[in-house]
Design a protein around this ligand. Sequence first.
Ligand code: FES
Length: 125
Amino acid sequence: MYSDKVMDHFSNPRNVGIMEEPTVLVKVGDPDCGDALLLFLKIEGDKIRDIKYKIFGCGAAIATSSIASELAMGKTLEEALQITDQDIADALDGLPDEKMHCSNLASGALKAAINEYRKVHASDK
Ligand code: FES
């Protein structure tokens, strides 16, 4: 049912944890299943320098959060905003249809965090 990559990231999630002084922190939830993702970003210049997260969710949510953290690491904010649910699923060699929605958490959290950062940053000026 799951690809080897999903199983690998589920068993050994990358970049998981809490960041002491994040530039931005967001929590997003999936109202249908109740799962949630807490995402910490360290942003320097216009690049994502570090990512940590805590995931309270299903196995697919763990694997998609893990691979999304790898995809977004070191990217510019603009590049990270382009990461779609499909990119995340593709990077895991696919997800079962009924688990595709689980990748929304990671891509949604990335977008929410970057938008939040931009909002705060804009009001600094
Ligand atoms: Fe909720 Fe997968 S079932 S994120």
